[in-house]
Ligand binder design. Structure first.
Ligand code: MG
Ligand code: MG
Ligand code: MG
Length: 312
């Protein structure tokens, strides 16, 4: 047996990050490799609900990689959103659906597709390797697609994601929509979280043009309920900005039924955000109609806004 390959997604893991780490490790194991799936942080309520429903064990926490470890990255290819030590790892493979921001020393097997979910790509890899998808595995892969596409409402969703989700729901033996809304709803309960925890549930950092931008997102079925804690959330965001030298912090509260997002935006470069969406923030906030995707709607608009400014 060769030494173990570590399989993991991004920090502040979401359901896809966990599901694709588990399903990739399982696929590798099925084809005779020694691989294990890990999590790079605490699981959110939605992911816990998915694992509980399909009786899948929570992956072990990985907080640091030893030098020369063999690695497969799923649902992420940015080192800034990965584990400490990733720079010195032997990257074997990347399977992802985000923008590419990767530079490697060795050749790497890289599958990047602009679909709504890494688990949609994983489904195709199972077919390619002729490995059976068990009901358990189908259940968590399906959960990831529902989560990432916000039940097919996100502009990141493609027909492939929808078709794959339907196939997976049959294998898992569950009603797609009935389960899907329960899953999304499970992720919206943040009443037990502190403000600091809330802003870190699903936060991602991006470096662009020497600017540090953090985009954090939670789902909600009652935005007003979350905004009752606005003052507290702003204090937590302000603290994080100062501690981590963040230029722009965007906190999105995404309405899972309306598919809109209300935001809190702070930092010394809120001008980038205002230009990107052609709005003026009032008390650090605004409603973004139809905006639900960080990777496809928020981040590209910010990058464009930064680039515009550079040209002038
Ligand atoms: Mg993810
Ligand atoms: Mg994903
Ligand atoms: Mg996400």
């Amino acid at each position: 047996m060769t030494d173990k390959t570590f399989v993991f997604g991004h920090t502040n893991p979401d359901t896809d990050s966990i599901a694709s780490a588990i399903s990739m490790a399982n696929l590798q194991t099925q084809i005779g490799e020694n691989a294990q799936g890990y999590r790079l942080g605490n699981l959110n309520q939605e992911t816990k609900y998915a694992l509980d429903t399909f009786n899948v064990e929570e992956p072990e926490l990985l907080s640091k990689l030893d030098e020369n470890s063999k690695v497969i990255m799923v649902d992420n290819n940015e080192f800034s959103q990965s584990v400490s030590g990733i720079e010195n790892a032997h990257l074997q493979m990347v399977v992802d659906h985000h923008r590419l921001n990767l530079s490697t020393i060795e050749p790497v097997y890289c599958i990047a597709e602009p679909v709504g979910c890494t688990s949609t790509i994983m489904y195709k890899l199972y077919k390619q390797e002729d490995v059976t998808i068990t009901p358990k595995m189908a259940g968590i892969m399906l959960s990831a697609i529902i989560s990432d596409t916000l039940m097919f409402q996100s502009p990141t969703c493609t027909p492939q994601d929808r078709i794959t989700a339907e196939k997976l729901s049959k294998i898992a033996g569950i009603d797609l929509y009935n389960y899907g809304y329960k899953l999304l709803e499970a992720g919206t309960n943040v009443s037990d979280y502190t403000a600091d925890e809330i802003i870190n549930i699903d936060s991602k950092d991006f470096m662009y043009n020497k600017l540090k931008i953090s985009i954090s997102q939670i789902n909600s079925s009652n935005i007003d309920e979350v905004f009752k804690r606005k003052a507290e959330l702003e204090t937590a965001i302000q603290k994080k900005i100062e501690k981590e030298n963040i230029d722009l912090f965007i906190f999105l509260v995404t309405d899972i039924l309306e598919a809109d997002s209300k935001v809190i935006v702070l930092g010394n470069r809120v001008d980038i955000f205002e230009r990107a969406f052609n709005i003026k923030l009032i008390s650090n906030t605004t409603l973004l109609k139809g905006v639900v995707s960080r990777k496809k709607q928020v981040l590209p608009a910010l990058i464009e806004s930064i680039n515009q400014k550079i040209q002038f």
